[in-house]
Design a binder for this molecule. Structure first.
Ligand SMILES: [Ca+2]
Length: 299
């Protein structure tokens, strides 16, 4: 009886955490590359073909359906930034698979480059390091990921791109806060947080004009190709738990839609722990903004 009371009380507390104002909004931009290089977008999302504009793979060669094949002599895609990305805050979610190279190939690979007055960029450096940065207008590009000066925040991460392996990346920025960087694999087992909370806060990048997606920026002599699929740009900085959900459901979510508001329902269950002669009440508040979950032990 006492146990039931506890469950009831805890459940009420958990439900109460979900009654705040909803902040969910929408996906600003989505490209599946399933039969088209155009994107589904709220802004001016049509692809502008640059240098050939990439090619579409056969259906089934993407992480889901077909993918964009980009790289040397194939080109990349350019989309308008108008309405498709917000400079102040957002998340870019993208799957990448090196077709014919691995991280130690000695070349730059520029995958996402949002250009304008400032810059939001995700690339692999020649020295195998992945870099994600947000740069203010009129600030020079960094020469190394360890460079620290006003107007730019960035982070270098051990690049784990391996030939023929899909990897998912979440590039998350909010002006005034450190960048966040999560990555996951095709097994759908969630994401790893490779962020560094000690990084300087992201500067305002100013007006952004174009979103470039592909594999470009390599030096002369590079012969590299990369498959790209399921590109989402959100109007907000995703939480770790939202990114986790997006990885787990990469292949079965409704295409182009936001993470469901119900993805984190509150739960409470009682689990016997005979070894310790204890009942454990496992609580998950469902609050994915603060990551509250815990256990209450009743003896
Ligand atoms: Ca696809």
């Amino acid at each position: 009886m006492k146990l039931n009371v506890w469950i009831l009380v805890l459940s009420v507390v958990c439900a109460a955490t979900l009654t705040g104002p909803a902040t969910w909004s929408e996906v600003l931009f989505y490209a599946s590359f399933d039969g088209t290089r155009d994107a589904q977008a709220v802004g001016e999302g049509k692809a502008t073909l640059i240098e050939g504009g990439g090619a579409l793979t056969a259906d089934g060669f993407g992480i889901r359906g077909a993918a964009l094949r980009s790289g040397d002599e194939v080109g990349y895609l350019e989309f308008s930034a108008a309405g498709n990305i917000l400079p102040e805050e957002g998340t870019i979610e993208v799957w990448l698979k090196p077709e014919d190279w691995s991280s130690d190939d000695g070349y730059y690979h520029q995958y996402i480059d949002v250009i304008g007055e400032g810059n939001i960029r995700f690339q692999k450096r020649a020295d195998t390091v992945n870099v994600f940065w947000v740069k203010a207008p009129k600030v020079p590009p960094p020469g190394h990921f360890d460079d620290k000066y006003p107007g730019i925040t960035m982070r270098g991460y051990a690049c784990q791109q391996i030939k023929d392996k899909w990897r998912q990346f979440f590039l998350i920025w909010r002006v005034g806060e450190p960048l966040r960087y999560y990555r996951g694999g095709p097994e759908g087992k969630g994401v790893h947080d490779s962020s560094n909370p000690a990084e300087p806060p992201a500067p305002p990048p100013g007006k952004l004009t174009a979103i470039r997606i592909g594999d470009f920026g390599g030096a002369e002599g590079r012969q590299a190709h990369t498959l790209i699929d399921e590109v989402y740009i959100y109007d907000r900085a995703l939480t770790f738990e939202e990114a986790w959900w997006a990885n787990v459901h990469a292949k079965d979510r409704q295409p182009g839609t936001d993470i469901p508001t119900t993805f984190a329902e509150p739960t409470a269950k009682v689990v016997p722990d005979p070894a310790n002669k204890t009942l454990v009440v496992e609580i998950d508040s469902g609050d994915r903004s603060g990551d509250f979950a815990g256990q209450a032990h009743l003896k």
